[in-house]
Design a protein around this ligand. Structure first.
Ligand SMILES: [Zn+2]
Length: 383
């Protein structure tokens, strides 16, 4: 399809892609006519090419379609229009699927559609009801797929409006199932939808429910994604998919028991550490503790057990999923805290403040631990 460029103006209107907004700086090109669909009626815009220039968005402004490009095209140029057909056909499948789905829900289950959304991965119809039952979902899915198998034709015709109105109305018909005003692009026959899969509901706006659906190639695409995920799980769990649920439940149960045992062991270890420090001769002036397996709870327990002993305490623990980062506690006689506190927190990129003679906060970089040890040892040796 070829057409002549009639206008080309700079623009910085953002790009909107399935609800996400991106900054854009480029040009908006108007043509004598176009085969690229501008966003409207719930259907996203087409993308494609004008000769070698990429069209990244098409918007409708009044009765003009604006083609967004990164480079300008001279007015008067005759351009060959090319459309990204995979994207367009996907939109046609979802949009015609939505008409079919909405028609069945309204006619057979008294659930009118109040709005719909075509997303990058999933789409939904917004239904005027707080609840949609499993039975209704199953029956609707079955009925829609039956009509797809019957290959009902989809036709478009226009109807004029009263004299004072300039535009015409476009009506999309699906056999005798549905008749709906629509400006979007549609398949010519329901068999082109291949199949519809309803994937569940979620609460919508007040008093509404969103029913999620996939049509045609999206069913296959999603099925493939699920197979890939299942294959990955089969590898991890080393057992067939029918056993996955069982195995994960068992794993979770075991993890719970292991964690409980670990807590008990850590509590006993904390008690042991407290006794060891208390009974040491000569009595130490300071305690530094940085154990890999220690949790912040363990550190707090040991510190609590050593309160009132007049010791300078410096405890650190590591974040399990972020090595280098962790939590630190500094506590003890005020003169020592004043002398060492700021230097330690600086070395560890600590965040937090001394409160009631105690520092408890995050460490941004635990690789300074050895320097801290040296600092504390030197300080107490020099006293
Ligand atoms: Zn429509």
């Amino acid at each position: 399809f070829t057409s002549k460029v009639t206008k080309c103006e700079p623009t910085n209107e953002p790009l909107v892609e399935y609800g996400k907004t991106f900054q854009f700086e480029g040009y908006q090109v108007t043509l004598e006519n176009t085969i690229l669909f501008p966003a409207g009626g719930g259907q996203p815009h087409d993308v494609g090419r004008l000769n070698d220039t990429e069209v990244v968005q098409v918007l409708r402004k009044g009765d003009e379609a604006l083609h967004f490009t990164r480079e300008p095209i001279e007015v008067g140029t005759v351009v060959e229009q090319e459309i990204n057909w995979d994207r367009r056909f996907d939109h046609m499948q979802q949009h015609s699927g939505q008409h079919l789905l909405s028609a069945i829900l309204e006619k057979e289950h008294n659930l009118p559609t109040t709005s719909w959304w075509l997303g990058l991965d999933e789409s939904y119809v917004e239904l005027d009801s707080t609840k949609v039952s499993e039975e209704v979902i199953k029956a609707t899915e079955k009925r829609c797929n039956q009509l797809i198998q019957e290959a009902i034709p989809v036709t478009a015709h226009t109807r004029g409006l009263p004299k004072d109105c300039m535009e015409t109305i476009r009506i999309i018909c699906m056999g005798n199932i549905d008749e709906n005003m629509c400006c979007g692009t549609h398949v010519t026959n329901l068999s082109q939808l291949q199949s519809i899969k309803l994937t569940g509901t979620e609460p919508g706006k007040k008093g509404k429910t969103n029913l999620k659906f996939l049509v045609g190639n999206r069913v296959l695409r999603t099925f493939q994604l699920m197979l890939d995920r299942e294959k990955a799980l089969t590898g991890l769990l080393k057992n067939e998919p029918t056993r996955h649920e069982d195995l994960v439940q068992k794993l979770q149960k075991n993890l719970k028991i292991t964690n409980k045992n670990l807590q008990t062991v850590l509590q006993e270890l904390a008690q042991f550490e407290i006794e060891k420090i208390k009974s040491a001769t000569p009595k130490p002036k300071f305690v530094i503790m940085f154990k890999k397996e220690a949790t912040p709870e363990f550190n707090r327990a040991v510190i609590k057990g050593l309160e009132g002993e007049g010791l300078f305490l410096f405890f650190a623990s590591e974040e399990p999923d972020k090595p280098k980062e962790g939590q630190i506690i500094i506590q003890g006689p005020e003169e020592h805290c004043n002398a060492l506190g700021t230097k330690i927190t600086e070395l560890l990129k600590g965040k937090g403040a001394f409160k009631n003679g105690k520092f408890q906060g995050k460490a941004g970089d635990l690789s300074g631990m050895n320097k801290c040890k040296k600092l504390i040892e030197d300080y107490f040796n020099s006293l």
